[in-house]
Design a binder for this molecule. Structure first.
Ligand code: SAM
Length: 206
């Protein structure tokens, strides 16, 4: 495992959301891709590394159902506290997404990863992650990956990254997944530094 629980718990325990290097007030780019999926609000959405993202509230307010996961209990507790204050709950897991998720989950129609996959740098962990995508996401479902692009920074949160091209995502997903849409987006972090991402939407056809 290349990005560990304690490291992430320490970050989430010591940093206000708006100072996190990946904080976004509006997850507009993710919502733009979701809007390309027919009837996406009827799907159960899986977030493999939710962090403390406000995407959770954005999705719930649109009527979607969620299963959230993160390696950090600290991050999950912050999200759950926020939801509880608003009278909402979601199913949550605290797992390393590079390891097999054996728990029985609802039928997952959409997988949304923003800035999680690129923290896995060991080949076994990357393969384990994609095995989870393939075992958790139903046929006909969609996956969004928003990762640092090849021109992006080499490190984030003190960790070395594995940056992605569209070609590598396609290769790792295999022929059952079809690329539906993609765009480049340069996120400006709270320090004012540009962080180039690729945003991609795939459909699992088989
Ligand atoms: C840069 S943050 C992004 C959080 C959120 N997706 C967002 O866009 O705000 C990366 C997240 O991935 C989680 N993470 C890192 N490695 C993980 C792993 N192996 N399994 C599950 N979550 C992981 C971290 O705890 C953190 O919440």
């Amino acid at each position: 495992m290349t990005s560990n629980r304690k490291h992430w718990d320490r970050i989430f325990g010591n940093t206000a959301d708006s100072n996190l290097g990946w904080y976004e007030k509006n997850p507009d780019q993710t919502l733009e891709l979701l809007d390309q999926i027919p009837e996406w609000k009827q799907s159960v959405i899986f977030l493999p590394g939710v962090g403390t993202s406000v995407l959770v509230e954005e999705l719930l307010s649109r009527g979607a159902s969620l299963v959230i996961n993160d390696i950090s209990a600290e991050a999950l507790n912050r999200v759950k506290d926020r939801l509880r204050d608003n009278g909402k709950t979601v199913e949550s897991l605290c797992r390393d997404i590079s390891q097999p998720i054996t728990k029985t989950l609802p039928d997952i129609g959409i997988w949304i990863d923003r800035a999680v996959l690129h923290f896995l740098t060991e080949e076994d962990d990357i393969v384990g992650y994609f095995n989870n995508v393939k075992s958790i996401l139903r046929t006909g479902g969609h996956a969004i990956f928003a990762e640092f692009s090849k021109t992006g920074a080499e490190k984030c949160a003190g960790l070395t990254l594995h940056r992605y091209s569209i070609e590598e995502l396609e290769e790792r997903l295999g022929p059952a997944f079809k690329l539906i849409s993609h765009f480049d987006y340069t996120y400006i972090n709270p320090n004012g530094d540009p962080r180039p991402y690729i945003y991609t939407l795939f459909k699992r056809e088989k």
